[in-house]
Design a protein around this ligand. Structure first.
Ligand code: BEZ
Length: 203
C-alpha cells in the first residue's frame, strides 16, 4: 500500500552509507526521509551540501536525516567522497542505496519514465506517522529553511497541541482549535486572542 499523509510510515530494512538501517528501530524519534533523483547531479549536490550545512540544527531538534536514491552503495560512497574532496563538505547523514526500489515504491517515489527517484520529503513523527510529504520537480532544489520551518511547526503542534497560522515562524502565536458546539462558540469569542468565534491566536 502506498504512503499516505497521517498514516503509518512503511517499514524497511536497507543498506546505507553508514551501514544497515531498519526504519522501525527509529520509533520514538522524528525522521526526515528525503529522496533525490541521482548521485553526481548538480541540483542534488547543492541540496546535499545544504542539508549538511543545517545538520546540527536538525540534530538539536532531534530529527534524524536520511537520504535515499536508487543508486548503489558504491555510487553513493564515491559521490560523498567527491563532495568532500571538491567542496570540503562532509555528509553526516546516512544515504540509502535502494537498488531494488523497495523503499521508493513504498513511499511512491519512482519517476517511472526516468526510472529514478523523484525529489520527495517526508517528516515522520515519533509514532512513525507521516506528518508531511512533499514532492519537488527534478529541476527545482529544495528550500532547507522551509523544511526546518515545517519541522519546527510540527514539533510546536506536537508539544503545545496548537495549530500554526499561515507563514508561522518560531516564537509566533499558535491557533487554538475551533469550537465544535454553539455554546463553546459563544465562550471562545470572549477568550483572549479571539479574532472571531472560530479563530483565536494563543501563546
Ligand atoms: C540535478 O540534480 O541536477 C537533476 C537531477 C535529475 C534531473 C534534473 C536535474
Amino acid at each position: 500500500m502506498p504512503v499516505y499523509l497521517g498514516q503509518k510510515a512503511p517499514d524497511f530494512t536497507v543498506n546505507t552509507t553508514q551501514g544497515p538501517l531498519t526504519f522501525s528501530d527509529l520509533k520514538g524519534q522524528w525522521v526526515l526521509l528525503f529522496s533525490h533523483p541521482a548521485d553526481f547531479t548538480p541540483v542534488c549536490t547543492t541540496e546535499f551540501m545544504a542539508f549538511a550545512e543545517k545538520y546540527d540544527e536538525f540534530q538539536k531538534l532531534g530529527v534524524k536525516l536520511i537520504g535515499l536514491s536508487v543508486d548503489s552503495i558504491y555510487s553513493h560512497i564515491q559521490w560523498l567522497r567527491d563532495i568532500k574532496e571538491k567542496f570540503g563538505v562532509e555528509i553526516p547523514f546516512p544515504v540509502i542505496a535502494d537498488i531494488d526500489k523497495e523503499v521508493a515504491r513504498a513511499y511512491n517515489l519512482i519517476d517511472e519514465k526516468a526510472g529514478t527517484t523523484v525529489r520527495g520529503v517526508f517528516i515522520i513523527d515519533p509514532n512513525q506517522i507521516v506528518r508531511w510529504m512533499i514532492y519537488y520537480p527534478a529541476e527545482i532544489g529544495r528550500n532547507i529553511n522551509e523544511i526546518l520551518r515545517v519541522v519546527k511547526a510540527l514539533k510546536f503542534n506536537w508539544e503545545r497541541k496548537l495549530a500554526t497560522p499561515a507563514n508561522w515562524e518560531p516564537g509566533q502565536k499558535g491557533v487554538a482549535s475551533a469550537p465544535s458546539t454553539f455554546q463553546d462558540s459563544l465562550k471562545n469569542e470572549k477568550e483572549p486572542g479571539a479574532r472571531t468565534w472560530y479563530l483565536r491566536l494563543v501563546d
